[in-house]
Design a protein around this ligand. Structure first.
Ligand SMILES: C[C@@]1(CC(=O)O)c2cc3[nH]c(cc4nc(cc5[nH]c(cc(n2)[C@H]1CCC(=O)O)[C@@](C)(CC(=O)O)[C@@H]5CCC(=O)O)C(CC(=O)O)=C4CCC(=O)O)c(CCC(=O)O)c3CC(=O)O
Ligand SMILES: NC(=O)C1=CN([C@@H]2O[C@H](COP(=O)(O)OP(=O)(O)OC[C@H]3O[C@@H](n4cnc5c(N)ncnc54)[C@H](O)[C@@H]3O)[C@@H](O)[C@H]2O)C=CC1
Length: 226
C-alpha cells in the first residue's frame, strides 16, 4: 500500500500536458481547466466532447502521437492513452525531468493520483481510496454531495468575512479563538438552507459583529438569483 500525501495544488496558468484524447482524458482535462491550468493536449485523435472543450476554453491541441521532449515546459503531466508502451515512456520522461506524473491505468507509474472531489466554493473535499476502488471513491463523493449542499458556498463566504473581522479586532488571542470556534460550531449552513437568519443575526449581535448583518441579505439574494 502506498502512503499518499494529500495537497491542494495551485495550477493557475501552469502548463499541464495531457497525453491522449479519450473519455478519461476528457475528465482530466476538464478538471485541470476548472483549476485554471494552461492545458496542452497531445493525441492523434480526440473525442467530440473533448473537441468542444478545446474550442470553448481555447486549449492547445497537437494532433499527433506523443514524442520525447513533449514534457519540456510542463509543470505536470497526465498520460491517458490506451498504449502501455506510450504510458511507460511518458512516465520515464516525467521522472527524468522530475515532473509529477499521473498514468491513468497504472498506479505504479503515478507520482500522484487524482482524487474524487466535492466542491462548494472555497470548500474542497478530496476523496481517495489509494486506488483500491475508484468506484467507491465516487460513491463516497455522492454521499458527501448530498450532505454538504450548495449552502456551503455562501457559508464559507460568510465565515471568511467573520474570521477576517475577528482576526483584525483588538481582542485577546483567547477571545478570538473562542469566537472563531463559536461561529464554526453554530449550525449556520442550516440557517442558510432554510433562509432563516433569526438565530444568526442574534449571534452576530451578541459577538459584536452586527456590521455583517446587511451582508446576509446580499449573500442570500445572490444565491437565490443563481
Ligand atoms: C489510481 C487512479 C489514478 C488516477 O486516475 O488518478 C485511478 C485508476 C484507475 N481507475 C480505473 C477505473 C475507473 N475510474 C473511474 C473514475 C475515477 N477515477 C478516479 C481516480 C483514479 N483512478 C485514481 C485513484 C483514485 C482513488 O484514490 O481511488 C477519479 C476519482 C478521479 C478522476 O479520474 O478524475 C474518478 C471518479 C470521479 C468521480 O466520479 O467522482 C471509474 C468510473 C466510475 O466509477 O465512475 C472507473 C471504472 C470503475 C472502477 O474500476 O472502479 C482503473 C481501471 C481501468 C480499467 O480497468 O480499464 C484504474 C487503473 C487501476 O486501478 O489500475
Ligand atoms: N484512471 C481512470 O480514472 C480510468 C482509467 N482507465 C484507463 O485509462 C486508459 C484510457 O481510457 P479511455 O480514455 O477510455 O481510452 P480511449 O481508447 O478512449 O482513448 C485513448 C486515447 O489515447 C490516444 N493515443 C493513443 N496512442 C497515443 C499516442 N502514441 N500518443 C498520444 N495519444 C495517443 C488515442 O488517440 C485516444 O484519444 C485506458 O487504459 C483505461 O483502461 C479507464 C477508466 C478510468
Amino acid at each position: 500500500m502506498t502512503e499518499y500525501y494529500p495537497i491542494f495544488l495551485n495550477l493557475k496558468n501552469r502548463l499541464c500536458v495531457v497525453i491522449g484524447g479519450g473519455k478519461v482524458a476528457e475528465r482530466k482535462v476538464l478538471s485541470l481547466v476548472k483549476a485554471g491550468a494552461k492545458v496542452k493536449i497531445i493525441s492523434p485523435e480526440v473525442t467530440e466532447a473533448l473537441k468542444k472543450i478545446i474550442r470553448d476554453y481555447n486549449l492547445q491541441w497537437e494532433g499527433r502521437p506523443y514524442q520525447e521532449g513533449d514534457l519540456k515546459e510542463a509543470f505536470l503531466v497526465i498520460s491517458a492513452t490506451n498504449s502501455p508502451e506510450v504510458q511507460k515512456k511518458v512516465f520515464q520522461e516525467a521522472e527524468a525531468r522530475k515532473i509529477p506524473c499521473n498514468v491513468v491505468d497504472k498506479p505504479e507509474l503515478c507520482s500522484f493520483i487524482v482524487p474524487s472531489k466535492v466542491q462548494r466554493g472555497d470548500l474542497l473535499i478530496a476523496i481517495s481510496t489509494g486506488g483500491a476502488s475508484p468506484a467507491v471513491a465516487r460513491r463516497i463523493r455522492e454521499k458527501l454531495e448530498s450532505f454538504f449542499g450548495e449552502e456551503y458556498t455562501i457559508y464559507l463566504i460568510l465565515m471568511r468575512k467573520i474570521r477576517e473581522k475577528i482576526l483584525e479586532s483588538r481582542l485577546s488571542p483567547e477571545e478570538k479563538e473562542r469566537k472563531l470556534q463559536t461561529f464554526a460550531l453554530a449550525p449556520i449552513p442550516e440557517y442558510i438552507k432554510n433562509g432563516d437568519f433569526t438565530f444568526l443575526i442574534t449571534l452576530l449581535e451578541k459577538e459584536g459583529l452586527s456590521e455583517l448583518i446587511p451582508e446576509l441579505n446580499i449573500l442570500y439574494k445572490s444565491s437565490r438569483d443563481k
